[in-house]
Design a protein around this ligand. Structure first.
Ligand code: EPU
Length: 417
């Protein structure tokens, strides 16, 4: 499926022109629906064709510069509308964005960049008011941290700013490159995306464009880990193996077989699995969004595996849930020591956030007996029909309704995917 984290900035980019834009290969997930609703409430015309997986966005009716606070608080990507709104209206205001509870998640990089480009930004009580009476101008902006959202927001704003902007220590994630490609198709002048030094020459106006959302590398990595953990074999289509390089490298170290042919990835696994060390860090390092999923897989590896989370300060909370299934994991600060192989057993567990929930699904597929995962709305924010697709691959998994809300049950001993 198309990448969630690549679709969100493309939707924000559509605000930069009055002409219609068309995005294809969009994932039909809650985070995208939230962003679509947010754009609509700004006056933007958005039409989703679910069958064709396209969304048509026309911002000719854009009339507000203050996104709906309730929607902004639902997800981090919502803050990406700030750059385009500031560029077009010379003012924008928003509360602090929401998203998974995995750490502080500040937006100081974005604020610093907007200020360097001539905006005044007031930040009070979790609210951001930005205005640039003279419009935005190009600037040399050094990012204290190569924030993904920060880099994207500044690229969006700089595309319509007057003059040249240089973003130093920029994020190199594939989603940033995908945004640069789409903005370029809209008429923006951008060089260097994919490196830590991005140059943007502002243009007076952008035009409509069509773009295909890049494949979701996190989703592909999740399915690949599930296949290996269950000693199955899976063929994944529409995959960008370059984006998955750090993940495939780890899978190979674990002892899995991976084979890339064009956009097709074949993955299989047979025990025994080797323990490995994983450092979750920004691209091209191993993605933080997959460390929880890999932790579930590594409970089945021989010896001590170590996961070091280097992006977020609070992204190991899922460990307590995996422990309820019998995992032997010790957390020290940002490091999780995983002792394996450990037979997992079914348990009642909670999806604390999106990727934590995906980790529990992988654990549940490996475990003996039934695992019941609550709060699956977190998982549904980012994985389209994960239950249906895993079931079609042979997993014993189903969505069940309980009084307390939707619950997914991953039956253990499902067998290989
Ligand atoms: N940070 C700062 N200052 C900032 C911004 C970020 O210090 O101004 C720090 C954060 O505290 C955090 C780290 O930088 O520790 C990473 O934040 P970043 O801004 O790079 O990430 P993000 O844009 O908030 C995106 C994805 C995340 C993914 C990260 C890292 C979207 C909507 N979200 O978040 O995806 O984990 O990049 O790759 O693109 C997910 O999909 O589950 C998810 C959390």
């Amino acid at each position: 499926m198309g990448s969630k984290n690549a679709t969100l900035p493309l939707l924000a980019a559509c605000l930069l022109t009055d002409e219609p834009c068309l995005l294809s290969n969009i994932p039909l997930i809650d985070d995208i629906f939230t962003m679509v609703e947010l754009l609509r409430r700004l006056g933007v015309d958005v039409t989703i064709d679910a069958g064709a997986r396209t969304v048509r966005v026309c911002a000719a009716g854009l009339r507000r510069s203050d996104p709906d606070p309730d929607l902004v608080r639902k997800e981090r990507g919502s803050f990406l509308v700030m750059g385009p709104l500031l560029a077009r209206f010379h003012r924008a205001s928003s509360p602090h964005p929401g998203g998974c509870a995995i750490g502080a998640r500040p937006v100081d990089v974005t604020v610093h960049g907007f200020r360097a480009m001539g905006a005044r930004v007031q930040t009070e009580e979790g609210w951001y008011d930005a205005w640039a009476p003279q419009g935005l101008h190009g600037a040399s902006v050094y990012l204290d941290y190569p924030s993904v959202t920060g880099t994207e927001n500044l690229m969006l704003a700089a595309s319509l700013a007057q003059g040249r902007t240089v973003i130093k220590h920029a994020s190199c994630e594939p989603e940033v490159v995908a945004l640069a490609q789409f903005l370029t198709a809209m008429g923006a002048r951008i060089r260097g995306a994919g490196s830590s030094f991005i140059e943007i020459e502002g243009v007076p106006r952008l035009h409509g464009a069509e773009g295909r959302v890049i494949p979701d590398r996190i989703e592909a990595g999740t399915f690949a880990a599930a296949a290996v953990a269950t000693e199955g074999e899976l063929v994944l289509r529409d995959v960008n193996c370059d984006h998955l390089e750090p993940v495939l490298y780890k899978l190979q170290q674990i002892g899995a077989c991976t084979e890339c042919r064009g956009s097709v990835l074949r993955v299989s696994g047979r025990r025994p699995f080797q323990a490995v060390e994983v450092q979750a860090i920004h691209f091209p390092g191993f993605p933080t969004d997959l460390q929880a999923v890999f932790a579930a897989l590594l409970t089945q590896a021989e010896g001590l595996s170590i996961i070091q989370e280097r992006v977020y300060e609070n992204r190991l909370l899922y460990v307590d849930e995996l422990r309820k299934m019998g995992a032997q994991i010790i957390v020290r600060g940002q490091r999780a020591d995983i002792y394996g192989p450990t037979p997992l057993h079914g348990a009642a567990v909670r999806a604390l956030d999106l990727r934590a929930g995906a980790s529990l699904i992988v654990g549940g597929l490996v475990a003996e007996g039934e695992t019941v995962i609550s709060d699956v709305h977190h998982i549904q924010r980012g994985y389209e029909d994960v239950v249906g697709r895993l079931a079609s691959l042979g997993a014993e998994i189903r969505l069940v309704e309980r009084p307390a809300g939707a619950v997914a049950a991953a039956g253990g001993s499902s067998g290989p995917l």
